[in-house]
Ligand binder design. Sequence first.
Ligand SMILES: Nc1nc(=O)c2c([nH]1)NC[C@@H]1CN(c3ccc(C(=O)N[C@@H](CCC(=O)O)C(=O)O)cc3)CN21
Ligand SMILES: CC(C)C(=O)C(=O)O
Ligand SMILES: [Mg+2]
Length: 289
Amino acid sequence: MEKRKQVTTRMLHKMKEDGEPIAMITAYDYPSARLAEEAGTDILLVGDSLGMVVLGYDSTVPVTIDDMVHHTKAVSRGAQRALVVADLPFLTAHLGREEALRAAGRLMQEAGARAVKIEGGEEVLPTIRACVHAGIPVMGHLGLTPQSVHQLGGYRVQGRDAASARRLLADAEKLVKAGVFALVLECVPEELAGHISKSLPVPVIGIGAGRYCDGQVLVYHDVLQIGSTVRPSFVQSYGHIGEAIQQGIQSYVFDVKERRFPDRQHTFSMNADVLESLYGGEESGDENH
Ligand SMILES: Nc1nc(=O)c2c([nH]1)NC[C@@H]1CN(c3ccc(C(=O)N[C@@H](CCC(=O)O)C(=O)O)cc3)CN21
Ligand SMILES: CC(C)C(=O)C(=O)O
Ligand SMILES: [Mg+2]
């Protein structure tokens, strides 16, 4: 099979230079990775949002490195061209360089990620530097950082006042100095996101960060409306797949209850002689009910 050219961090920088928008979406398993890849996605993010959209937690805080490895493995198997990025889960970046490197190493070596994403600014710089020095491409994540939801007091827009906007830009610049190859900006005013995108030499990928970023990312289940519990106002959905799934399963349940399924073409039969020797030929499925 011909393998298409893999997306690299260098290609992403070129895309920023050329003004070509970067399309990123989350994926959590093999089929979603295949479908997103076939649809032309540049970056597949194995987001810790998987805790909320596929594991049923009410935040990303309970997600473990084992969860991330498990799902990243599945996504990596489904990805050929797209760059697979995996989130470092809650706390991992704060447990010291060694712990963070071990976790990032598992995502790369065991699970096949080609980069990791780390939430936070100033406070995670040593971790980011350690990963970059070890040859692990790191994507930053500023603005609304969902792993800090309990500290932020909810999923709120960040960087609205002058002081926090300045802090955000300063953090972004420090992340670039520490070596991130790209930055996710979540839930910030578009003027700020635009200014940061213009100021930084690396691609800025927005989610709820407006029109002036170098790329966009959304959660798979939001794009397709597959039963997500949160409904951020920055989401645009491009399908009603949850509804389609429910309708399909409803029809299946109906057919089972009405004995319309299975039909002849879905069943296996015995040869007549075997049937004869077993039951004397007096019984056949059709007369059973
Ligand atoms: N399905 C899903 N989509 C996501 O984008 C997502 C997750 N899950 N889980 C992890 C985090 C949580 N995220 C969220 C969740 C809610 C809002 C939200 O409702 N924000 C308000 C902002 C209100 C304000 O401060 O003015 C909004 O109206 O969008 C934003 C991001 C982003 N991530
Ligand atoms: C929302 C994106 C950026 C993310 O971090 C996730 O899906 O976990
Ligand atoms: Mg995340």
